[in-house]
Design a protein around this ligand. Structure first.
Ligand SMILES: NC(=O)c1ccc[n+]([C@@H]2O[C@H](COP(=O)([O-])OP(=O)(O)OC[C@H]3O[C@@H](n4cnc5c(N)ncnc54)[C@H](O)[C@@H]3O)[C@@H](O)[C@H]2O)c1
Length: 371
């Protein structure tokens, strides 16, 4: 239950990047329970205006938006002042863009996060913060021994195979994007340590679900389904045997709410969050699952490996499970079916998917490579 403001109204939960994929799903859950939400978003990512329109149409005045940039410290301060809790999702999410414009990437991801932290620190009663970091803080995992087995890679180490990568893995930032997100991750943990700010970091694997405008570089599960619905061929970079643990956004929203609930005992902690060893899939295996769903296997071709592509990443989510009792509930086939249903329902004609598809180059530049 959120505290009330001086005027007696319930204070909103602030979601930066709230019009994006993950922000929209969290906002919808909170708003559906009657909790007012304040979105803070520059609408930098093409397509997210559709999410904003949908949230407004669905929830009316319970949702409010500040269209502003996290680089604007004063705008961030005003938004944080009004908030009972903060979720900081706004980010430059593209490895590609970070490589062409590392300063801009740093300003949004590192400086933007520092602006949020300073705004929280300035409050008499600092609102608790959940920050979304990434599994990329662990680097390319090149030392992990792998073997090929059927349509996938798997670690030769049986315990890693069974549990996945834990938070004890040393940090190893790769690419300007990895550095800026990793910097933000460390600042959030340090503000908990140095100033006692109530805050938790999620180091997230691949998230998928409704309201995701997936492209080749970011949101690959949604991207695969969109391509299949458009009857266009899918490019697999590498041999298609690379493995990820994927997590339905509905399970992620459960985890966010639990993180806020358990803030008093878990503040200052980083947690690996993903589908875990029970929800892993290789690219080739995903194509097989899609053929069950669509009735035929989508056409695809293979291309060269991309720089830095991990052949295997699976989260060990045991630490968060032990702290909160959370575990993913939605299986990969079920989550895929939900996403498919949303994609089909959200296109009154072929226009919506076509817009996403033809906007892919634009979207990739702006939103890129959180794979
Ligand atoms: N989707 C995933 O699989 C995944 C995995 C790991 C981490 N993450 C992290 O989760 C967060 C949310 O990701 P998402 O998938 O919802 O991405 P998204 O691109 O859909 O959402 C990000 C939102 O931030 C907004 N934004 C971008 N720059 C901004 C700025 N300077 N000021 C204000 N708003 C700005 C965008 O307009 C967009 O609405 C990001 O921090 C991302 O790094 C996502």
């Amino acid at each position: 239950m959120s505290p009330k403001s001086m005027s007696g109204h319930r204070k909103p939960v602030l979601i930066t990047g709230g019009s994006g994929f993950i922000g929209t799903n969290l906002a919808h859950r909170l708003l559906s329970s009657g909790q007012p939400v304040l979105l803070f978003d520059s609408l930098a990512r093409p397509g997210v205006e559709q999410n904003l329109r949908w949230l407004r149409d669905t929830h009316g005045k319970l949702v409010d938006i500040i269209v502003a940039d996290v680089r604007d410290a004063e705008a961030v301060r005003r938004a944080v002042q009004a908030a009972s809790q903060v979720y900081h999702f706004a980010a430059q999410v593209a490895v590609t863009t970070s490589l062409t414009d590392p300063i801009d990437d740093f300003e949004v991801n590192a400086r933007g996060t520092l602006n949020v932290l300073e705004a929280i620190r300035a409050q008499g009663t600092p609102p608790p913060l959940v920050f979304t970091s990434t599994n990329k803080v662990y680097g390319a995992l090149e030392d992990v021994g792998l073997r090929r087995r059927n349509l996938r890679y798997e670690p030769t180490d049986p315990s890693l195979r069974q549990t996945g990568v834990s938070e004890s893995r040393p940090l190893d930032f790769h690419s300007p994007y990895g550095c800026s997100k990793g910097t933000a991750d460390q600042y959030v943990l340090d503000y908990a340590r140095s100033y006692g700010l109530p805050s938790i970091v999620f180091r997230m694997s691949c998230i998928y679900g409704a309201h995701q405008f997936g492209t080749e570089d970011q949101g690959w599960v949604a991207h695969f389904l969109i391509r299949a619905l458009e009857r266009r061929s899918i490019t697999l970079y590498g041999d298609g045997r690379q493995v990820r643990d994927i997590l339905s956004v509905d399970d992620l929203v459960d985890a966010f709410l639990l993180a806020q609930e358990h803030m008093p005992s878990e503040s200052g902690q980083a947690f690996n969050i993903g589908g875990g060893p029970e929800n892993t899939v290789s690219l080739l295996e995903l194509l097989d699952l899609m053929s069950d769903l669509l009735g035929s296997k989508p056409p695809y071709e293979l291309a060269e490996w991309r720089t830095g592509d991990q052949r295997y990443y699976v989260s060990d989510t045991g630490k968060f499970q032990r702290a909160t009792g959370w575990r993913p509930r939605i299986t990969v086939p079920e989550g895929l079916e939900r996403l498919h249903r949303w994609l089909v329902d959200s296109r009154p004609n072929d226009g919506v998917i076509a817009t996403i598809g033809t906007g892919a180059a634009r979207t990739r530049k702006a939103a890129g490579a959180e794979r």
